[in-house]
Write a protein that binds this ligand. Sequence first.
Ligand SMILES: *Cc1c(COP(=O)(O)O)cnc(C)c1O
Length: 380
Amino acid sequence: MAEEKQIWLSSPHMSGYEREMVEEAFDTNWIAPVGPHINAFEEELAQYLGHGKVAVLSSGTAAIHLALIMLGVKRGDEVLVSSLTFSGSANPVVYQGATPVFVDSEKDTWNMDPQLLEATIKDRLKKGKKSKAIILVHLYGMPAKMDELMDIAAKYEIPVVEDAAESLGSLHKDRRTGTFGDISVLSFNGNKVITTSGGGALVSANEAYVNLAKKLSTQARDDAPHYQHSMIGYNYRMSNVLAGIGRGQLKVLEQRVNERRKINQFYRELLGNYDFINFLNEPEGHFSNYWLTTILMRDKENSQKPRETLRTELAKHKIECRPLWKPMHLQPVFKNAPAYTNGTAEELFNVGLCLPSGTNMTDDDLERIKTRMQEVLSVL
Ligand SMILES: *Cc1c(COP(=O)(O)O)cnc(C)c1O
């Protein structure tokens, strides 16, 4: 029997356009963190979002870091962060010497709970701490409850960093995610809905932030013939070669979102009839790119058992699944950070599973997933 090929959770899916763009970069020798693809990619992203200006960077994490610097987050400050997220959302808070204060999720979108956010802000104020920023995330592509969250941020005058790393192509009431924050962040890491291998972007309606991001990400050079610096800079700019890949990817973004949503539909048809399996559904006005399809698998004790059985059995057949993000407030590295919890993130982590969602999966791959899943589930 032929060896089974590995099916990944989400792997890069090139369109073919990228190669021309990269070749152009080689032909013109713009093999640098400066060049025409960078400017063009920024303009095309702003056009796609229909909002603001864009600075493309070396990663989404770098974009969050620069966002916090520009919002004046310093040593001793506090920043409110969704607990259920990837560590890249929270680490930059610590780069600034500040403390993340984690806020748990609500059940409808799995994102930051607006009620708990307000309770947290009030409690921190009572303790004499006004948070410097709120980092919100749209997990697995599902937009957060932006109306409520943005109202609370405005009420307490706390700027929002919108982590849209997983949600490019998602909409909240016909408005694209990545356009809500005072500063918004995109990621083009290899596993995201479109990729530049590694990369990110900072987006803002405030052009001053975007210009400053471009300056800070290229070592904060002053306007002088020699190298002069009045600020500490970073080497966070995107390479022109990678911006070329990004331009090729952006051409097929809408198509990729449609394909991800079709994969989500495939799993709903396959698994919808098992009463111990639940999906995350789109609340009214929320349109998800379904970057990853996720399910919850519950037994009577709410244990990890059914989820782990499915995950490990599929792994034996080279089908990669993964538990949901482990909440930040349960991470060893953040054990001393304050956390305001309601049990939702922890429960989701216990019973949640991310399913293979890459758009480059073939019909044969999907058929293999179907057969193997049915085998495992028939004995669960
Ligand atoms: C991927 C990701 C990031 C970080 O992006 P990188 O480009 O990998 O640095 C941040 N937040 C979330 C929620 C992510 O999924």
